[in-house]
Design a protein around this ligand. Structure first.
Ligand SMILES: [Zn+2]
Ligand SMILES: [Zn+2]
Length: 340
């Protein structure tokens, strides 16, 4: 089968022919119907992230939807032909974090497309605990994007920030995650303000229902946000960019008791005056990936037509390296999805 293989930082991805994986008694073979192309892959290519276990090369692609092709004899909940979306966190199910429902923090975590083979291939081998059934009215290309682009912001906004109806939210960066964050926040009943440096992306944010947008190239972003919130600032800020400047803007835009949630990987340092945290009781919160329940919830939201990730382009596996290059050059709006 065809697969897009990663050989290490600063090495080109190779589209190669590899064996179709053989499954054991507890495993499931999924025929990949769609795989989301994510900014995180660029971090592997430039070395910001390196697979922390396992061996290279691996098949990248951690946002996967498909159809069950084959199940091992111990697999009970899924059968051939089931439509599924794959939780890329292949957790152990036994450690204290798994038992608490925080599979994203599993002590023995493997991740499809990070440490084990992912979805830029015709087939992927997984276990039934990673699978969520996909209703027939959610197309594969939208479903593929749900785990990372929707699940991770859902985790950040719902579990971590505990965003409430009537509260205000600032979204820093309006890419694939940003568009999902806007929809999740609107469903909760929050007012949403979007900051980005791209005029096209700000226009899209307005079309998708943002209550206000701010051009991130301006010097007074936090003042603009304060103006839009009656001088108070926002209750929650969501960081999807991770630059020193955007992080400063976010902190300075918070209202008293504000929560600042950081998602994604960044090399930039965040400098904060502790006094500003103390006197306004601000909280800075990290948020990584999503729990299995989060994935079940976002699939349900998609089924109810309350969440529809923006998929801007479909490419073949051969075109994945080129699509990642375009993503790097910021030529992509919404998400690109690969279809084997
Ligand atoms: Zn991703
Ligand atoms: Zn675990």
């Amino acid at each position: 089968m065809k697969a897009v293989r990663y050989y290490g930082p600063n090495k080109p991805l190779k589209v190669e022919d590899v064996e179709i994986p053989k499954i054991g008694d507890d495993e499931v073979l999924v025929k990949v119907k769609a795989a989301g192309i994510c900014h995180t892959d660029l971090h592997f290519l430039d070395g910001t992230l390196v697979p922390w276990k396992g061996t290279l090369p691996i098949t990248l692609g951690h946002e996967i939807a498909g159809e069950v092709e084959k199940v091992g004899k111990n697999v009970k909940k899924f059968k051939n032909g089931d439509r599924v979306v794959v939780n890329n966190n292949k957790s152990c199910g036994k450690c204290e974090y798994c038992r608490a429902g925080a599979q994203n923090l599993c002590e023995n975590l493997d991740q499809h497309g990070f440490t084990i083979d992912g979805g830029y291939a015709e087939y992927v081998k997984t276990i039934e605990r990673t699978l969520v059934k996909l209703p027939s009215d959610v197309p594969f290309e939208k479903a593929a994007v749900l785990p990372c682009a929707a699940g991770s912001v859902y985790h950040g906004l719902v579990d971590q920030a505990k965003l409430q109806a009537g509260e205000t939210l600032l979204i820093n960066g309006f890419g694939g995650l940003g568009t999902s964050a806007l929809q999740v926040a609107k469903n909760i009943g929050a007012k949403v303000f979007v900051v980005d440096i791209s005029k096209d992306k700000l226009k899209m944010a307005e079309e998708l229902g943002a209550d206000g947008v701010v051009d991130g190239t301006k010097s007074n972003v936090s003042e603009e946000i304060k103006k839009m919130t009656g001088g108070k600032g926002v209750n929650v800020a969501l960081e999807l960019v991770g630059l020193k400047k955007t992080m400063e803007n976010a902190i300075n835009s918070l209202a008293k008791m504000g929560r600042y949630v950081i998602i994604g990987y960044t090399k930039d340092m965040l400098e904060v005056n502790p006094l500003s945290l103390v006197v306004s009781e601000l909280r800075i919160i990290g948020s990584v990936s999503y729990t299995h329940q989060n994935l079940i919830d976002v699939v349900e939201l998609a089924h109810k037509k309350k969440l529809s990730p923006v998929v801007s382009k479909i490419v073949s596996l051969d075109e994945v390296p080129e699509a990642l290059q375009q993503l790097k050059e910021k030529k992509i709006m919404g998400r690109v999805v690969a279809k084997p």
